[in-house]
Write a protein of this length. Structure first.
Lengths: 204, 204
DNA sequence: AATATTGGGCACCGCCACTATCCAATCAGG
DNA sequence: CCTGATTGGATAGTGGCGGTGCCCAATATT
């Protein structure tokens, strides 16, 4: 198929498909002439993935390129792919390294072992600092409850990773890491809404 | 204090403080003359809150304005404040209303009652659609596990809301709704990292 | 009185995700 | 084979966002 059909089948404007090609989010089609290129089903699939990462996944084009590079690298081990995805995700800039002590303490209480330079660790520390700044420092019990719930989920995420093909596993990890975040946040809000209705509205 | 001291104490550039004043994120100081205004501790506190919402909270200026308006409205009930915060949070545009059936099914299995037009419900449906588009449709068991973990958290969030002052409760709800999201996401990533290390790296 | 600072307003900047236009090459229809 | 439409590729432009720089008259400080 040509670029116009690729665009039509995915609902993405042709100019945008060209943009993704330029940005390296989408592999080039097979050139059949100086002004013709052929695309196939893998391009359709990839384009849908790109749109999912950029839209609901909330990734920037630059971030998506890095994440997809990990998906494409042939020999990437699953643990490395997860690390690559985590590293690529919008993290905390190198500005003012936050206080990692409380974040470490939460991890220690659960017995989690993570890399000392884990971006998620810095993100957690930064988020805790923001709560302090907002005048609502979280208690250890609250953090532990959050950590327990997160632990359940993270454990399950990893247990679900398929063992068949490495390619498949890496793709699974990246997609689930990124696209289940909005699912989790939406479910939390729904749970809050339900609980709030019961506590403050008598079921509304 | 004057604007320069407000800026100095919070580490925010003066021009940016002026911008927040223009945008209505920060209430105007008390005018003491045509070119003087006085700010107090409430402004320092509010400015820190604004920075926390805009930075780690990930809100846009427009969203933060809406959320803060709910905080400021005097008679807002807690349930309304939560709703206002949820409605203001970056949701799904009115484009292509997603299929709500699967989202409803998850909620029904947990017995949650939420508004039919809940933005979180639409967000959930959109996120599920994105997973489908990415070729990794989530199974019901996965969704149920996520919902269970989210339920634990949301329940606790609501139970923690202080009952003393309404103002205090509303502020608590807004801050916790917004700023615990990055905490939850960071903890999930850390749990994944820990679990991945144990499963795929033998503890690395 | 001289100097420095302030509040307020407006214009401007850099970044980002597209989007529009142009061009030569090429394909399809007649 | 000729003609007109379409394509790939490149370049430039757009609109929104979150600030940022600059200027001015008015005011405080010295």
């Amino acid at each position: 198929m040509q670029i116009s059909e690729l665009a039509r089948r995915t609902g993405v404007p042709v100019a945008t498909v060209k943009y993704y090609l330029r940005e390296g989010l989408l592999p080039a089609g097979e050139l059949t002439g100086a002004t013709r290129a052929r695309y196939d089903e893998t391009h359709v699939e990839r384009l849908r993935l790109v749109r999912a990462l950029l839209g609901p996944g909330g990734l920037s084009v630059a971030t998506a390129r890095t994440v997809l590079a990990a998906v494409d690298a042939p020999g990437t081990a699953v643990h490395e792919a997860l690390g690559a995805a985590h590293r690529a995700l919008p993290g905390v800039g190198p500005g003012d390294p936050p206080d990692l002590d409380r974040a470490h303490a939460v991890l220690d209480r659960r017995g989690w072992r993570v890399a000392a330079d884990s971006p998620a660790l810095r993100a957690l520390a930064a988020a805790l600092a923001a709560l302090d700044a907002a005048g609502q420092p979280p208690g250890d019990d609250l953090l532990d409850r959050y950590a327990e719930a997160a632990g359940r989920i993270g454990e399950q995420d990893v247990a679900d990773v398929p063992t068949g093909s490495l390619q498949e596993a890496v793709r699974f990890v990246v997609v689930h890491t990124v696209l289940l975040e909005p699912v989790l946040l939406a479910l939390r809000r729904l749970a809050q809404e339900d609980a709030s209705g019961r506590r403050f509205c008598g079921g509304c």
